[in-house]
Design a protein around this ligand. Structure first.
Ligand code: DON
Length: 561
């Protein structure tokens, strides 16, 4: 009898459950920043949906359960491998409203008006997420819009218990939301912070989602929701018009491709800098024996910092929306070009990023974007989405439950003036009506001999690129398991400011000393737990086994079977 109960208990335990962060499966996996959203994706997979169905369902759910970055008022990028092997990308990045122009955030003296591109109605780009998710579903999904959206609608209508993390996060934003009644109504309990365990319902958002479910893109870009957005814009000197909304379109673009030590790397091309920089940096590293240098050694950190410094300098000069600016993509992805960029690399001495004052501080605001990965039946989906900073502009459009993004700050609001992530830009990323602002988002797929190997990406502003890069290097060069590769401490250099940022314990004191002796400057240790250095929710496909990891820096879940 006892033995029978023991057997029964085995049957009710998920076959491959491990720790909350790492999950093993044989067929399918989803990993995201929200356990509710991952469960939605998992249920869709189990119900016969493919990886695109699950990614779309998870993304809509994230708009409900991870409001800091999950969204229908923002935008994102998806990189998809179809079961037959073709890799394509969908750009659903926000666009500048038609009336936007280069100097729109400058005063009469040409000075940047503080907060205008980050915390005002003018900060918002025309949202791309809804069009993007629906276009993805229509082209490559197998389920109906109603089927993949219902779980998100249910979560918004019935509510869910707030975790301590989410309650705290929302509570911290109330000060900056105080002047927006609709934001306060949504994110506070009658003006007071929510507590862990409170049931959080979002009736307005449920209605907005229902309209999309019923009417498709017209349920967002036209009709009630569009009218409410436009009314809010008109009331508050915002720029988005009914025409901007009705005209928004996501764009299929070819993936950028690189080859690194026998692995194929597929990433998001412009208007994201993510894929291009990941590949460019890998190209610069390929001629060196990183494995022999060893993970975390001064020589490995030095090499990677020098490659990053050069690639981010190119980002500032060359990258922007390819529909508006001739991005020299072939050059940037070329291995010979990478070699020429590294021709002055000295393994013993740091180069200095020029034109630099004292290192500007890392953005004080905890930045938020979110990345989800899905795998099933040879189909791989890497999808990163954002409102830009946490909770975007903090402005909820009354009656809709929708947060406006503050993505316009990703443009170069003035030549060489740093954005929220301290990256600068020039003509390539100057503001124009209808143009897409440059991104660092880097949803990435890695294959080996044409077979799925890794799905990865991350939030973290300019650090998205180096986070994604390190997971890849950790696995390919240092032979780490995916959980080690994601969990271990990270570092970051972005040319300007001339600083090596690193997570607490990321550089041992003697490693740092060696780097200082080489001439590296501007060391900035970021407290683990205080600053969240990326959130790389990844899936590793290892033969017949599918391994999902939720980045242990944050909440969420990897769920598979
Ligand atoms: O597109 C970009 O590069 C930024 N808007 C991403 C912002 C971000 O990752 C904030 N997250 N942690």
């Amino acid at each position: 009898m006892k033995f029978a109960i023991f057997l029964l208990s085995l049957l009710t335990v998920p076959l491959f459950a491990a720790s909350p962060d790492i999950t093993f499966g044989q067929q399918a996996m989803v990993t995201s920043r929200s356990s509710h959203a991952s469960k939605v994706g998992h249920d869709i997979l189990k119900a016969g949906g493919n990886a695109v169905d699950a990614a779309v369902a998870t993304a809509f759910a994230l708009a409900v359960t991870y409001p800091s970055a999950g969204n229908i008022g923002g935008g994102g990028f998806a990189v998809i491998r179809l079961p037959g092997g073709e890799v394509i990308t969908l750009d659903h990045r926000e666009t500048a409203p038609a009336s936007a122009h280069r100097d729109m955030y400058l005063d009469a003296n040409g000075q940047v008006i503080k907060g205008l591109s980050t915390a005002s109605h003018k900060a918002a780009g025309v949202p791309g997420s809804v069009d993007g998710l629906l276009v993805l579903l229509e082209r490559y999904g197998s389920m109906s819009r109603q089927q993949v959206m219902q779980p998100a609608i249910d979560l918004a209508t019935r509510g869910f218990a707030l975790s301590y993390d989410l309650a705290q996060q929302m509570g911290r934003r109330l000060k900056s939301m105080a002047k927006y009644p609709a934001s306060m109504a949504k994110f506070s309990d009658n003006g007071k912070p929510f507590k862990a365990g409170d049931i959080w319902r979002q009736a307005d958002l449920a209605r907005s989602l229902q309209l999309i479910s019923d009417q498709g893109r017209d349920g967002f870009y036209k009709g009630r929701t569009a009218e409410l957005i436009v009314r809010e814009m008109q009331r508050s000197k915002g720029d988005i018009t009914a025409k901007d909304l009705a005209g928004y379109q996501s764009v299929w673009r070819p993936a950028v491709r690189g080859d690194y030590r026998g692995y194929e790397i597929y990433g998001m091309g412009p208007p994201s800098s993510g894929g291009t920089l990941v590949i460019q940096i890998l190209n610069m590293l390929e001629d060196f024996d990183l494995a022999a240098m060893g993970f975390g050694s001064a020589s490995a950190v030095h090499l990677m910092v020098e490659a990053e410094r050069r690639a981010y300098a190119d980002r500032a000069e060359h990258l922007g929306d390819p529909d508006f600016y001739a991005v020299p993509l072939k050059m940037l992805l070329n291995k010979k070009y990478a070699q020429s960029r590294m021709s002055d690399y000295d393994p013993a001495t740091a180069s200095l990023s020029k034109d630099i004052g004292a290192g500007a501080p890392w953005p004080p605001e905890s930045p938020e974007t979110t990345h989800l990965s899905v795998f099933k039946g040879g189909m791989m989906v890497a999808l990163t989405t954002t409102l830009n900073s946490g909770y975007g502009s903090k402005i909820v459009v009354p009656g809709t439950g929708i947060l406006l993004n503050n993505e316009m700050n990703d443009f170069s609001i003035k030549e060489n003036v740093p954005n929220l992530y301290n990256v600068i830009g020039r003509k390539a990323n100057a503001i124009r009506g209808g143009k897409r602002m440059l991104s660092s988002m880097a949803p990435t797929l890695v294959l080996r001999a044409g077979k799925p190997f890794l799905i990865v990406g991350s939030p973290g502003g300019s650090g998205i690129i180096t986070t994604t890069l390190q997971v890849i290097v950790n696995m390919i060069d240092h032979g780490m398991s995916v959980d080690e590769a994601v969990s271990l401490s990270r570092f970051h250099h972005q040319w300007q400011p001339d600083s090596i940022y690193y997570e607490k314990h990321g550089l041992s004191p003697d490693t740092r000393l060696i780097l200082e002796k080489m001439g590296h400057i501007g060391f900035r240790e970021l407290d683990y737990g205080l600053f969240l250095f990326g959130d790389a929710n990844a899936i590793h496909i290892q033969g017949e086994t599918v391994i999902g990891i939720k980045d242990p820096r944050n909440e969420g879940a990897a769920l598979g079977y």
